[in-house]
Design a protein around this ligand. Structure first.
Ligand SMILES: Cc1cc2nc3c(=O)[nH]c(=O)nc-3n(C[C@H](O)[C@H](O)[C@H](O)COP(=O)(O)OP(=O)(O)OC[C@H]3O[C@@H](n4cnc5c(N)ncnc54)[C@H](O)[C@@H]3O)c2cc1C
Length: 282
């Protein structure tokens, strides 16, 4: 079998990290990322990107701990490296440097990729609801403000985590909201004022914050992350698919762990394809 061609659909934190893990575990694979949106227009761009354990009630706790631990270990190593100040900013260019191809494309049906790719990986976040008709997937809308306030150096999070101030490398994220089944991506001005007021009452110096930008994201939520293999089939033709979506409020916190598992499942798909192609030659 020639170099297996793998398409990763989706360019949020899950899709990009999954593509990276596939290049690491399967160097002979040709990996392509297809997505209708890229940074700064994904849910992942709205996140503060804090590592905080979130619970997926339908996923065994030891599996969640493993994903979180792998992600923490991975990011901790980056934060202690010489590239720490640039981490995250260059994920797309870093992928291009490893030979991953990246195209803007909206995929209406995973099957449309069967003639071009051997394996397809579905990392479409909330988009999976329409793409694969997963009605167990629902949005939890989050609105945040990204402000310029470089004097804020410490994070503050209130009791239930709804109001928070998270300084990042370039901007401070002020949050937030959790609105179940709200699909609106339009910023709500009343919510913007409410978030700003709540955060200023925790940190009054934020009254001097500048360049206030509003971001909205739809957390792709379900009882458990969908991380599994499936084989699509039409008229005797088969297309192996690996799903990796539904990370809800914790995509950053577990992205590396789930990406590694997705890459392992891609490896299983390729081994199965290679097994069937050598049997066909006999
Ligand atoms: C306000 C807010 C704050 C958050 N804070 C945190 C935090 O501090 N820590 C944490 O761990 N998590 C946090 N999260 C959760 C985290 O952002 C998500 O879990 C994560 O971004 C999900 O990543 P994803 O790659 O699955 O989805 P996305 O980032 O939405 O990426 C999906 C990608 O798929 C593409 N796509 C979708 N459908 C199609 C299609 N049909 N064809 C082609 N491309 C398609 C999209 O364009 C996009 O590129 C927060 C979320 C929000 C909204």
């Amino acid at each position: 079998m020639a170099a297996p061609k793998v398409a990763v659909v989706g360019a949020g934190v899950v899709g990009l990290s999954t593509a990276l893990c596939i290049t690491e575990t399967c160097p002979s694979c040709s990996v392509t990322v297809l997505s209708d949106q890229f940074s700064p227009n994904t849910t992942s761009d709205a996140a503060a990107g804090i590592l905080i354990p979130h619970t997926y009630p339908g996923t065994p706790i030891h599996v969640q701990k493993q994903w979180f631990k792998e992600t923490f270990t991975y990011l901790f190593a980056i934060s202690n490296s010489a590239e720490a100040s640039e981490a995250g900013v260059h994920l797309v260019s870093g992928l291009k440097a490893t030979g991953v191809q990246i195209y803007t494309r909206k995929v209406a049906d995973l099957w449309e990729l069967h003639s071009e790719y051997n394996v397809v990986v579905n990392c479409t976040g909330i988009g999976a609801r329409q793409l694969v008709g997963d009605e167990k997937l629902f949005p939890v809308r989050g609105q945040v403000l990204k402000v310029h306030a470089p004097w804020v150096k410490n994070f503050i999070r209130d009791g239930d985590g709804l109001t928070y101030i998270f300084p990042g490398i370039h901007r401070v994220t002020l949050g937030g909201t959790r609105e179940k089944n709200n699909w609106s991506l339009a910023p709500d001005p009343g919510t913007t004022k409410d978030i700003f007021d709540r955060c200023c009452s925790l940190e009054p110096s934020l009254q001097g914050a500048q360049d206030i930008k509003v971001k909205v994201g739809l957390r792709p939520s379900r009882q458990h992350v969908t991380l599994q293999r499936e084989v699509l089939s039409q008229g005797g033709v088969k297309l192996p698919v690996v799903h990796n979506y539904g990370h809800g409020a914790g995509g950053f916190s577990v992205h590396r762990g789930t990406a590694k598992e997705a890459a392992r499942l891609v490896g299983e798909c390729i081994a199965a394809l290679q097994g069937s192609s050598s049997r066909a030659k006999l």
